[in-house]
Write a protein that binds this ligand. Structure first.
Ligand code: IMP
Ligand code: MG
Length: 186
């Protein structure tokens, strides 16, 4: 394990097995349709790349990048779009692909925003879910792993842009973000 980790939460093998199951479930649910996967940058990039390879119906992708307003360490709920989708989603079956749902504020905003663009359907697929942290309601259709309230990194998830390329998901040692020599937005 990386020396900044406290423990491995999900091994490469555990992630792969669950992502495969999720892809198979999506393939059944969307039989006869096309899925437009909307990945939320940057965290969901690795999950999306792996997931679509287990989807057996035509899958298209687009990406959106968002940020919370303000410099507070807690998400305020006000979300700003940094990079919007390339194309219209009107009439498409849209699947939002997210790395982790924490307070739910980001997804709550995005769902309302994307709904107003009149997709044929809109569902949410997340790899990780921290249900104990929820502040805004989010209806999750595909949920990889519910996890406890601990700060995790790897497999796309970062701390200050670090650790995204780890192939597993580990709990970050709190000493790393308690050093105070970095800006923390968690
Ligand atoms: P929220 O649901 O609006 O609070 O925000 C979800 C976003 O917060 C995710 O897309 C991540 O970027 C970030 N986040 C929340 N918890 C973690 C974590 O444990 N590790 C890394 N990023 C996290
Ligand atoms: Mg993120």
């Amino acid at each position: 394990m990386h020396p900044d980790g406290k423990s491995i939460l999900l091994s490469e093998e555990a992630i792969r097995a669950r992502v495969r199951e999720m892809g198979e479930e999506l393939s059944r649910d969307y039989e006869g349709k096309e899925i437009l996967c909307v990945g939320i940058l940057k965290g969901a990039m690795i999950f999306l790349a792996d997931l679509v390879r287990y989807i057996r119906v035509p899958a298209f992708f687009d990406f959106i990048a968002v940020t919370s307003y303000g410099a507070s360490s807690e998400s305020s709920g006000a979300v700003r779009i940094l990079k919007d989708l390339d194309r219209s989603i009107q009439g498409r079956h849209v699947l939002i692909v997210e790395d982790i749902i924490d307070s739910g504020l980001t997804l709550n905003y995005l769902v309302e925003n994307l709904k107003s663009r009149e997709p044929a359907s809109l569902k949410i697929c997340t790899l990780l879910d921290k249900p104990s942290r929820r502040k805004a309601p989010v209806e999750i259709n595909y949920n990889g792993f519910p996890i406890p309230d601990e700060f995790v990194v790897g497999y796309g998830l970062d701390y200050n842009e670090h650790y995204r390329n780890l192939p597993y998901i580990m709990v970050l040692n709190p000493a790393v973000y308690q050093k105070g020599d970095k800006h923390v937005f968690i």
